[in-house]
Ligand binder design. Structure first.
Ligand code: OAD
Length: 249
């Protein structure tokens, strides 16, 4: 298999999805045994689902916290951390994953487009999200102490971008700026372990193509937006990523 050549002026933007963490033992969303098979999205990953039954939503995310917290980064995560080390500001990792494994592997040039399982924020006030790895017991819904100090009551919620919610504008801007800066320069865009079913992440390949990127999809199965990629490497990411990059800097 041809390796991907990264020269001294190549920019690399990597988009990851749940598949990159599958070999660490974190469940994916779609397909058989996916999280959305047993738990319909609208019940646990929408503002309406939270309004209807916040305890159900916290039970789901508490279980995911416990699960992801017990998993470790795999060779795919580690390869992306090494790539960042080598390329510095010429590298950006945009992830749809909320499991924190990229950060634990060492990536810091990282945009967590869909939030982070280990951050909590208030559903009522605009206090910043805060670190929280609490696995709440079934039926428990934590409340905001900042609101309580003002005599108000509000539930805390996971710092996750749910369906029907906007991504952080600053996150999208950071990705868009990176793409704009890569125009007319050697540029590699790679999507790894994602079904290409959720936007705006699934559109990044189109934005990258507009500025002349070479585009790669690394996925165990075909993706919804697969036709947009020049190259499709059908493989498990933990196996192929460590062998893929030929960095000449
Ligand atoms: P999906 O579950 O939709 O897709 C995971 C993809 O990874 C599938 O296409 C699998 O074939 C592939 N895959 C599985 N194991 C793999 C491996 N070892 N190596 C490479 N590929 C592998 O997950 P996402 O595309 O990440 O959003 O889903 C996107 C968003 O939809 C998620 O961020 C989540 C979900 O609803 C929110 O919760 C907001």
């Amino acid at each position: 298999m041809q390796r991907i050549e990264i020269t001294a002026d190549t920019r690399v933007l990597v988009l990851t999805g749940a598949g990159v963490s599958a070999e660490s033992g974190v469940p994916t969303f779609r397909g058989s045994n996916g999280l959305w098979e047993n738990q319909p999205v609208e019940r646990v990953a929408t503002p309406e689902g939270f309004a209807e039954d916040p305890a159900r939503v916290w039970r789901f995310y508490s279980q995911r916290r416990a699960g992801a917290g017990a998993c470790a980064p795999n060779p795919g995560h580690r390869t992306l951390a090494e790539l960042e080390q080598k390329l510095g500001a010429r590298f950006l990792l945009a992830t749809q994953n909320v499991d924190g494994l990229h950060r634990r592997a060492g990536n810091t040039r990282l945009v967590e487009m869909h939030g982070n399982l280990f951050l909590t924020r208030c559903s009522g006030c605009d206090r910043p999200p805060f670190p929280d790895d609490t696995v709440y017991p079934a039926g428990h819904v934590p409340e905001c102490d900042a609101c309580a100090a003002r005599g108000a009551r509000a539930f805390l919620r996971p710092h996750i971008v749910w369906f029907g919610e906007m991504l952080e504008p600053a996150d999208l801007e950071r990705i868009n700026d990176f793409i704009a800066d890569a125009r007319n320069k050697p540029f590699v865009f790679m999507a790894v372990g994602t079904s290409g079913a959720v936007y705006p992440a699934a559109n990044l390949v189109n934005l990258a193509r507009e500025v002349g990127a070479r585009t790669y999809l690394v996925n165990a199965d075909p993706a919804d937006n697969q036709s947009r990629f020049e190259h499709f490497l059908r493989c498990e990411s933990g196996k192929i990523l460590p062998t893929l990059f030929d960095v000449r800097t």
